[in-house]
Write a protein that binds this ligand. Structure first.
Ligand SMILES: [Zn+2]
Ligand SMILES: [Zn+2]
Length: 382
């Protein structure tokens, strides 16, 4: 849809900082829109229209928290792409504009080339829906195909979405002569108002459809299949295009956003795509070295503890962490070794430790501050 090359930065277009509040963005857009409205730039109409569209597009993204987040993270690429989130620019632009200015400008006429046909009313984009979903750590790790049931507005089949009882039909609204809007001149501008008699539909139902009580829509439960990619995390937002609510008057359908929460694992700690796991070993194992079977993400892994391993040593299994849901590489799996000091000894064990202690010499001086945690990382295969 809005596919441009060399697109300008939306913040730059509106002249706001990246941390600007919604109110600041709104105010900046209002300023741009008033400045670049083609009716106000009769000698320079073509350029004004480009600028006007540009600022309107910037506003439509930055005023929508979800879209703004996508834009902040991925730039323009995130908004036009096939995967991840996207933006239906054309669908919301008029609505957004009306939210700010009401019907102050003859706005639709300017972009749609004069009306959208008599008696059809204003097409609007349907509402986006949000669905919160909780996944187990394992589901998030492996990815999952699942089905969710969502209550949704759908078109009433009995009346074809018209809201009129079968056979009775609709009549054109007399107040607006079926246009859905009332237009009149005021100074420079042609002011267009949504017709109050028909709420912009341009038509009035003679007798209401019993199924939907004249709404033209019915709430139904719909089953939607979700493909959740591996590696998702709490806060991951998946967009399912076109599974929101239908748009009034035949407008485009909104989108469904699935917002994920991932439960914590009992012993894997997650940092991005990397996983951390603490493995206790005995003094003897740490001193003499050993080989352990340890839990991995997909079954067991072999962890070689070399002779003389210190408590706190960290071993890395490259590429054994979580997947990147956006299709990057895999994270690493870290095993953090903790040498357990025995707290309950038999008399015999105590005697052995005492004998050992007598022959082991350690300088009990403060250790130098030279080893970060990363110096302790050792690659198991490296
Ligand atoms: Zn109906
Ligand atoms: Zn009307």
């Amino acid at each position: 849809m809005a596919k441009h090359t060399n697109q300008r930065d939306y913040y730059e277009i509106l002249g706001v900082t990246r941390t600007a509040s919604v109110e600041e963005i709104k105010a900046a857009y209002r300023k741009c829109a008033l400045k670049w409205h083609p009716d106000r730039n009769p000698e320079n109409k073509a350029e004004a229209e480009v600028k006007f569209r540009e600022s309107t597009e910037a506003y439509s993204i930055l005023s929508d928290q979800q879209k703004r987040q996508v834009y902040d993270t991925y730039g323009h690429a995130g908004l036009s792409g096939a995967g991840g989130a996207g933006v239906d620019f054309n669908g919301t632009i008029f609505q957004d504009f009306h939210d700010i200015f009401g019907d102050f400008f003859g706005f639709e006429d300017m972009f749609s080339g004069g009306g959208r046909g008599r008696g059809r009313g204003r097409a609007q984009r349907g509402a986006d829906l949000r669905y919160d979903m909780t996944l187990t750590f394992e589901e998030a790790s492996a990815g999952v195909n699942t089905k969710v049931k969502l209550p949704r507005q759908e078109y009433c089949a009995a009346c074809n979405g018209t809201g009129a009882k079968k056979g009775t039909g609709v009549v054109a609204c007399q107040t607006c002569a079926g246009r859905g809007q009332l237009a009149y001149q005021q100074g420079f501008f042609t002011i267009t108002r949504t017709c109050p008699a028909c709420q912009g539909a341009g038509q009035i139902v003679k007798e209401r459809c019993a199924e939907c009580r004249g709404q033209g829509r019915i709430e139904r439960e719909k089953t939607i299949e979700l493909r959740i990619p591996p590696g998702v995390d709490t806060g991951t937002r998946l967009r399912v295009a076109g599974e929101g609510e239908p748009g009034p008057n035949g407008g485009p359908t909104g989108d469904l956003y699935v917002v994920l929460e991932v439960k914590e694992h009992s012993f894997f700690e997650r940092r991005g795509a990397d996983l951390y796991c603490t493995i206790p070993v005995s003094i003897a194992q740490a001193t003499l070295g050993t080989e352990l079977q340890v839990p991995g993400l997909n079954g067991e892994e072999r962890l070689k503890i070399p002779e003389g391993t210190q408590s706190g040593a960290v071993f890395r299994l490259r590429g054994k962490g979580l997947a990147d849901p956006r299709g990057g590489g895999k994270g690493d799996l870290y095993y953090h070794v903790r040498v357990l000091t025995p707290t309950k000894l038999t008399r015999e064990q105590r005697k052995l430790i005492e004998e050992l202690g007598a022959s082991l010499k350690v300088e009990n001086k403060p250790a130098e501050r030279n080893s970060s945690i990363f110096d302790k990382v050792k690659d198991i295969f490296g």
